[in-house]
Write a protein that binds this ligand. Structure first.
Ligand SMILES: Nc1nc(=O)c2c([nH]1)NC[C@@H]1CN(c3ccc(C(=O)N[C@@H](CCC(=O)O)C(=O)O)cc3)C=[N+]21
Length: 286
């Protein structure tokens, strides 16, 4: 037996088709959602992700605003670009692509975003709302994991979800989503300080590997019939992208969201969803 594929690429394409219809409805009311991106530095991976986000926007009918700064940009220069997008009426939501250069304080920058324009769900106000159970934009990667499982009717309620990783974009907010009443999973959060990772992962009904450590989850750690979501992205010495889940691990699993083609495309689709949802709920312009 080998795992069936949770096809994030195909699911994201279906979501984009649905968003196209919603964007057309907004256009009839004179509302054009616009996604801004602020990209600092010249990391080729980050450039590729951001380019993908703008392609997605074009496909769905969302306007896009691209801001690029050199790796040497100061905090003040980045803050000035954030302020511009906060004030630009054509920009209804935006993101600051992470990671930022080392001399920049990420949390300070994220905190400068107008929470009403937080497309990533990573502003402290948005994360606070998530903790409090209030409506707001949700972090795109966890939101994409829930959405992919739902669309394949993989049961979440009552499942033991083991999250590996505690990064701010994926691992940390993951447990907050999966333990909401609407998801009702039991979550164990693992990280580099976990004593016996293999033993914990072996108890999982759903493994969410978001550590960014190539091949960390091996076949011996997978309970037969488990569901595997590969969130981690690393590059091998040869420049090939590799996930956190070793290829053999899918043998015993029931389902796998592979990397590539799984959670990455879903993350992008959820960013678009956040932008459209914000435009739909924004107070009607005169
Ligand atoms: N403010 C911010 N928000 C983010 O959401 C954010 C970020 N910064 N920084 C980096 C991470 C990473 N991330 C990915 C999104 C899509 C793919 C994706 O679509 N990957 C393709 C493969 C891409 C390839 O072939 O290189 C796939 O998995 O099929 C990957 C990674 C969003 N992130």
């Amino acid at each position: 037996m080998t795992a069936q594929i949770l096809d994030g690429k195909a699911t994201a394409a279906a979501i984009k088709d649905e968003l196209k219809v919603r964007v057309a409805k907004l256009a009839e009311q004179g509302v054009v959602p616009g996604l801004g991106t602020i990209l600092v530095g010249d990391d080729p991976g980050s450039h590729a992700y951001v380019a993908g986000k703008h392609r997605d926007c074009a496909a769905v009918g969302i306007a896009s605003i691209q801001v690029e700064l050199p790796a040497t940009a100061t905090q003040d220069e980045i803050a000035a670009e954030i302020k511009k997008l906060n004030e630009d009426p054509a920009c209804t939501g935006f993101i600051v692509q992470l990671p930022l250069p080392k001399h920049v304080d990420t949390n300070t920058m994220l905190g400068l975003i107008d929470p009403d324009k937080d497309a990533d769900g990573l502003h402290p106000v948005s994360l606070g709302k998530l903790v409090l159970g209030q409506d707001g934009p949700l972090p795109c990667t966890p939101k994409g994991c829930v959405e992919l499982l739902r669309r394949y009717d993989v049961p979440i309620a009552g499942a033991h979800v083991v999250v590996v990783g505690r990064g701010v974009t994926a691992g940390r907010p993951m447990g907050l989503l999966f333990t909401r009443r609407s998801e009702n999973a039991t979550v164990t959060q693992c990280h580099t300080g976990t004593t016996d990772l293999a033993a914990v992962v072996r108890t999982a009904d759903i493994v969410i590997a978001a550590a960014g450590s190539a091949g960390l989850i091996t076949a011996d750690m997978v309970k037969p019939g488990a569901v595997l979501l590969d969130v981690g992205t690393s590059r091998s010495a040869e420049g090939k992208i590799v996930g956190d889940i070793a290829p053999e691990a899918r043998e015993a699993a029931a389902w796998i969201a592979p990397m590539p083609g799984g959670i990455g495309p879903m993350t992008r689709a959820m960013l678009l969803t956040n932008v459209v949802e914000a435009a739909e709920t924004a107070p009607k312009r005169a």
